[in-house]
Design a protein around this ligand. Structure first.
Ligand SMILES: NC(=O)c1ccc[n+]([C@@H]2O[C@H](COP(=O)([O-])OP(=O)(O)OC[C@H]3O[C@@H](n4cnc5c(N)ncnc54)[C@H](O)[C@@H]3O)[C@@H](O)[C@H]2O)c1
Length: 161
């Protein structure tokens, strides 16, 4: 039996890369998958390719109001939320001296703020259904600092245990 049969799962940053791969695999395992991304065209293409068990929603993880709308919409349509993959992430190369404030804020907004908003709103919905699972995409950068990626290492540091 498919391991995710009957589960409803949100995957952010799912228009390409690891998020798209996660979405394909979750659908293969029987989940209803909600792919989200700021890249509408690519996101819709992946959802169409997966088929009926996938839906794309345009969603910017840095905006709390968009998280609220997303989770309310999923609960209205499916009545449950079982999983969230906080996958969206961006990288800006730069040392602690060369990183500009706007680069720092962009990287933190997507990886750190985005994961915070996602957990906050998903947990409330999951509690209604009796539980759920959240995966925050980490990186080796969360375990070991890399001088050329100061902002990225800080943004991923949340996943350190
Ligand atoms: N690829 C790797 O080798 C690697 C290694 C370690 C960790 N990671 C982490 O895995 C995750 C995915 O990596 P990837 O290489 O597949 O990335 P990617 O660049 O291929 O895809 C990231 C996706 O996130 C989307 N995105 C960017 N900003 C967004 C926003 N504000 N709201 C919603 N979506 C947004 C992009 O449009 C893109 O589709 C990231 O969190 C990354 O830090 C990747």
């Amino acid at each position: 039996m498919a391991r995710l049969s009957g589960k409803v799962i949100i995957i952010t940053g799912a228009a390409k890369g690891l998020g798209a791969a996660d979405a394909r695999m979750a659908a293969q395992e029987g989940a209803q998958v909600i792919l989200t991304d700021v890249d509408e065209e690519a996101g819709r293409t992946v959802a169409l390719e997966i088929g009926g068990s996938a839906k794309f929603v345009r969603h910017d993880v840095t905006q709390e109001s968009e998280w609220q709308d997303l989770v309310v919409g999923v609960m209205r349509e499916h009545g449950r939320l079982d999983g969230l993959v906080n996958n969206a992430g961006i990288v800006e190369a730069g040392t602690i001296e060369s990183t500009m404030e706007d680069e720092w804020r962009r990287v933190m907004a997507v990886s750190a703020d985005g994961s915070f908003f996602g957990c906050k709103h998903a947990v409330t919905a999951m509690r209604e259904g009796g539980g759920g699972s959240i995966v925050n995409m980490a990186s080796l950068a969360s375990k070991r600092g890399q001088a050329r990626f100061a902002a990225y290492c800080a943004a991923k540091g949340r996943s350190k245990r």
